[in-house]
Design a protein around this ligand. Structure first.
Ligand SMILES: Cc1cc2nc3c(=O)[nH]c(=O)nc-3n(C[C@H](O)[C@H](O)[C@H](O)COP(=O)(O)OP(=O)(O)OC[C@H]3O[C@@H](n4cnc5c(N)ncnc54)[C@H](O)[C@@H]3O)c2cc1C
Length: 495
């Protein structure tokens, strides 16, 4: 280890992606520093909630209770471009709901978790320069200081400095529409507001004014005719002016809490990794906010990357493990770009998109179409390419009850897990990386599954020899029996 390296990983950006990644790394004792340019957490409410797979991820790390306590559960229907649809029967999850939670709360809970686990968060620290050599990445901060670490991850949002400094291309579509967004006080009575908004939405779908609690109203209004510089927040006068144009009234809005803007640019990074520097979250992909995907995608990027990066630092990562981060997550982001882009098209009030919308409304009535789309928007249908095998291979396994409690409750430490209903298998050489749980679950129709730390199914079967060929692919070589990694006995169900 280089003496000048105090940190194994520098994470640039203390948003939801960066803090989730920091927490995942800390589960494996990785020394991690998060650099965040802002002195205070963002007050702007962008994301309004979490989808099923993110809820499961929280459950897999023992975080769900604290999120549930602060959020509100909503039915999963009407999930695609707001087209009214029922929840398909028997959706493959223990959490078939949306968890409504304003982004500042999500951000705070993720940051608290990372710091509790020992991540260091330094606010008011902006990365302005970056270089790397065979041993380390060097971050240059705005105050002129430099920090070295073995890896650096840019979780610094859609305008990522890290991505630009790496020279990674960010091709896609520039924004064609923009909106002004804010929370403020409003004097108009709510029933009157609802009627006017319903009328305005007939001709302008990207328009909304509604209460969000504590006497606040959330306003979204097309930005047509407003200053083009997207880095500058709008003024209250600009929002009032746009409201009068689209609704004929400004609803008496006043006293804004915060004002912001967003657009529908759609872009995907050419690469997620250059040497010792990686990208995650909005730094790697941006898309229209329709369907509420961005934060979910970023948190799940971090969940995929954390254990792989920790394995590379610990020295047991198989050669291509870190590269599987890009090969697994980039196609998922490309898919999200497609579904958000399609939804934004379906929101248009033009006759062509309206006709497609009517047709899709008919198609969604077919259970398998509805299920296909909902598995995409909730991200529970993701199947990574682990090669030929049964349909479950490469998918995440839903939570199932096991004699020790429930499966996700056994995954809080972020290790691999062999769930063994045969009682005949062994992962003894990997006991420092993989937990072996013996027990029969009535909800599991296969003899045994090997799960990666992110809950995706790496192997299904009952053949010990086959298992021994799969374990090194994800967990590296078996520990030397005489070395420091001693096998631990399998966890047996209570008798
Ligand atoms: C109107 C709107 C509604 C949305 N609704 C949803 C929704 O319902 N569901 C959903 O999942 N997503 C939603 N999103 C998307 C979501 O807000 C983002 O995808 C999410 O915040 C991305 O998280 P991140 O951590 O990758 O990036 P960010 O949240 O952008 O965080 C990046 C952090 O990096 C810091 N930073 C930047 N540059 C530097 C630097 N050089 N040095 C140090 N720090 C730096 C920034 O200050 C920031 O704190 C919405 C977005 C918008 C605009």
């Amino acid at each position: 280890m280089n003496g000048d390296m105090v940190y194994d990983v520098i994470v640039v950006g203390g948003g939801p992606t960066g803090m989730m990644l920091a927490a995942e790394l800390r589960l494996h004792d990785v020394r991690v520093l998060v650099l965040e340019k802002d002195l205070e957490p963002a007050a702007i409410v962008r994301s309004l909630g979490l989808h099923v797979r993110s809820i499961e991820v929280l459950d897999q790390r023992g975080l769900l209770e604290r999120f549930l306590a602060r959020g509100k559960q909503y039915e999963l229907g009407g999930h695609f471009a707001g087209i009214d649809t029922p929840l398909p029967d028997g959706l493959d999850t223990a959490h078939p709901y949306i968890l409504g939670l304003p982004q500042p709360v999500t951000d705070r809970l993720l940051a608290e978790h990372a710091v509790e686990l020992g991540a260091e968060l330094r606010r008011g620290c902006e990365l302005v320069g970056l270089s790397q050599d065979p041993d380390a990445a060097t971050a240059e901060l705005a105050d002129g200081s430099r920090l070295r670490s073995r890896y650096l991850v840019g979780c610094d949002g859609g305008r990522s400095t890290v991505r630009k400094l790496l020279g990674i291309g960010f091709p896609g579509e520039p924004a064609s529409n923009g909106w002004l967004l804010g929370e403020m006080q409003m004097t108009a009575p709510l029933d009157e507001v609802a009627a006017v908004v319903a009328e305005a939405r007939r001709t302008h779908r990207g328009f909304g004014v509604g209460p969000v609690g504590d006497g606040r109203a959330r306003v979204v209004v097309p930005a047509v005719g407003v200053a083009e510089d997207r880095t500058v927040p709008p003024t209250l006068d600009e929002i009032k002016d746009r409201l009068r144009t689209f609704a004929g009234t400004d609803f008496g809005v006043h006293s804004p809490y915060w004002l912001s803007r967003f657009d529908d640019a759609t872009r995907l990074a050419d690469r997620y990794r250059v040497g010792r520097v990686l990208l995650a979250g909005d730094a790697a992909h941006v898309h229209p906010p329709l369907g509420g995907q961005g934060l979910n995608l970023g948190v799940q990027d971090a969940f995929n990357l954390g254990w792989k990066l920790a394995a590379a630092i610990d020295g047991w990562a198989p050669d291509d493990l870190l590269d599987s981060y890009q090969s697994e997550r980039r196609p998922v982001a490309a898919d999200i770009l497609t579904i958000t882009r399609a939804q934004s098209e379906l929101m248009s009030v033009e006759p062509g998109p309206q006709a497609v919308r009517r047709l899709l409304g008919d198609l969604i009535a077919f259970d398998n179409v509805n299920r296909y789309l909902i598995e995409k928007t909730t991200s529970i249908g993701i199947r990574y390419d682990f090669g030929e095998g049964p349909p479950l291979l490469g998918r995440r396994l839903r939570d199932v009850s096991v004699p020790q409690g429930h499966l996700y409750g056994l995954m809080h430490a972020g290790r691999g897990l062999l769930l063994d209903q045969t009682g005949r298998l062994s992962a003894a050489g990997w006991a420092d990386r993989v937990d072996h749980v013996v027990g029969v679950s009535e909800e599991l129709e296969v003899p045994a599954v090997l799960l990666r730390p992110d809950g995706h199914v790496a192997w299904i079967g009952d053949d010990q020899r086959e298992l021994l060929t799969v374990l090194p692919r994800w967990f590296g070589p078996a520990a030397d029996p005489g070395g420091p990694h001693q096998p631990a006995p399998a966890a047996q169900p209570p008798t």
